[in-house]
Design a protein around this ligand. Structure first.
Ligand SMILES: Nc1ncnc2c1ncn2[C@@H]1O[C@H](COP(=O)(O)OP(=O)(O)O)[C@@H](O)[C@H]1O
Ligand SMILES: [Mg+2]
Length: 454
């Protein structure tokens, strides 16, 4: 071992002495630079650069995915001492680099040595797919048992060909209520075939359109400024499912049945993870947990549609300094995970200008956004942009944002108001409407985009 691996020790109980003695012994090549009593002390020591490896008890209060992510952010690798306090799979799900299941001096020294050696140049490991696989536990999806009322929509979950790998769609748009939530809801309904029965009844004239088989959809309300999916669907009394799922993810215990429990079926094969009921609860949705929720969501549903907040900026001071939770972290995590980013703008002069700038902002977000952009101009109407509104909107977006294939959704205040009043999607409430047809078309487009990306 290279001389002098600096170790931060946050071990509880009698094992602490063993660890300090072992690491401090002659020839161990390591030095314990800090003995930390709790997570706060550990994070402070890490931020101060006092060590390169942390040895922590599995049952250290506050040890969660966020903490491990912050340690990684400070360049510290994490070795967890299991000691029967937690199964190794759960510890791996937190993102730790190594688990020593039972204290053994030689095993501990080897783990510390390995952790120190991968440190140089290695990217932070939080959120790596490997962690998530380990986090699923030994029996994986096939061993999960679902309560009877959760079986709807989970029918092909246990098909046995390995986990499903659904798609994630982030629905984003600049401030000014361009219709992010409306698009997320109606897109979810269209992908999930919520309107298909109705469309068969009403759609004789459109015999050429063969409705694709409904797919399972999970709608996620990740807007940390104004969550509204629950209210739109009349789920007012529900505890925020996304916060509960994020909490489980942060603790390394989000398995498929837990996610299903927090995301009730609201119709057909559409599930909803509702958002935070008060904007002040945003710290309950840290990016490090949301990324796990979305990864698990891919196993639960064919499509996960995320209603994002409008703001994208990260507080750089916080990011650099303390890795404190970020209010826009949930939106950034969704954008990073997304296979497709649906960018929504309002089709009026102000909305178009914001959309053009929003597309620029999207290129500068502090996380990699690889998903293909699909641009939606919402509420297209002559009263806001003049005669031939569709052509005017297409022309403006082609000219100012080089967007050639904008997807237009007509204005239908009466239809959407009726849906809102009924607590349903427009697809269910007003079958066969032009807005419904626009979202069916958008769903088709998304299917084509992900098929082309394979
Ligand atoms: N195509 C549309 N036609 C008419 N009204 C719309 C349309 N899309 C959205 N709206 C209305 O605009 C308002 C804001 O939409 P919403 O989806 O909540 O926006 P955001 O999530 O971006 O804040 C809502 O009252 C909604 O019913
Ligand atoms: Mg909204």
């Amino acid at each position: 071992m290279a001389a002098g691996v600096t170790v931060l020790c946050a071990v509880r109980g009698a094992a602490e002495t063993d660890v300090v003695v072992a690491l401090g012994g002659p020839g161990s090549g390591a030095t314990v630079t800090r003995r930390c009593g709790d997570v706060a002390e550990l994070l402070a020591a890490a931020a101060a650069g006092a060590g390169v490896v942390a040895v922590v008890s599995a049952d250290l209060p506050g040890l969660d995915r966020e903490t491990v992510g912050r340690l990684h952010g400070a360049g510290v690798r994490v070795v967890a001492l299991g000691e029967d306090a937690a199964p190794a799979a759960r510890l791996h799900a937190l993102g730790v680099d190594a688990v020593v299941e039972r204290y053994d001096e030689a095993v501990l020294l080897a783990a510390v040595r390995d952790a120190a050696s991968v440190r140089a140049g290695a990217p932070p490991v939080a959120g790596s797919p490997a962690d998530l696989v380990l986090g699923r536990g030994a029996d994986g999806a096939s061993g999960d048992v679902f309560p009877a009322d959760d079986l709807a929509g989970l029918d092909d979950l246990q098909a046995g060909d390995g986990p499903r790998r659904g798609r994630v769609v982030a629905v984003w748009g600049p401030v000014g209520a361009p219709g992010r939530t409306t698009v997320a809801l109606e897109l979810g309904a269209a992908l999930g075939g919520l309107s298909s029965r109705a469309r068969r009844r009403h759609g004789r004239a459109r015999r050429d359109v063969v409705a694709p088989p409904p797919e399972s959809v999970l709608l996620v309300d990740a807007d940390t400024y104004g969550a509204s999916i629950a209210a739109r669907l009349g789920l007012l009394d529900d505890a925020p499912g996304l916060a509960a799922a994020a909490r489980a993810a942060g603790q390394g215990s989000l398995d498929l049945s837990t996610l299903a429990r927090h995301s009730p079926v609201v119709g057909g094969r559409l599930r909803v993870l509702t958002g935070i009921t008060r904007a002040a609860r945003w710290p309950e949705l840290p990016a490090s947990a949301i990324e796990v929720v979305l990864e698990r969501a891919r196993e639960l549903a064919d499509w996960t549609v995320v209603d994002c907040g409008a703001l994208l900026e990260a507080d750089e001071l916080l990011m650099y300094d303390t890795h404190a939770p970020q209010r826009n972290g949930a939106t950034l995590a969704a954008l990073q995970a997304a296979d497709v980013v649906v960018v929504v703008g309002a089709a009026d002069p102000v909305g178009i200008q914001r959309l053009v700038r929003g597309l620029e902002d999207l290129r500068e977000v502090p996380v990699p956004v690889a998903g293909e952009r699909v641009v939606v101009a919402n509420r297209v109407r002559a009263s806001a942009v003049g005669a031939h509104p569709e052509a005017a909107v297409r022309d403006a977006l082609a000219r100012y944002a080089a967007v050639e294939d904008v997807h237009v959704v007509p204005d239908d205040a009466a239809g959407l108001d009726a849906a809102l009043l009924a607590g349903r999607t427009l697809a269910e409430e007003v079958p066969g409407s032009p807005v419904g047809a626009a979202f069916a078309g958008l769903a088709e487009r998304l299917r084509a985009v992900v098929a082309a990306a394979v």
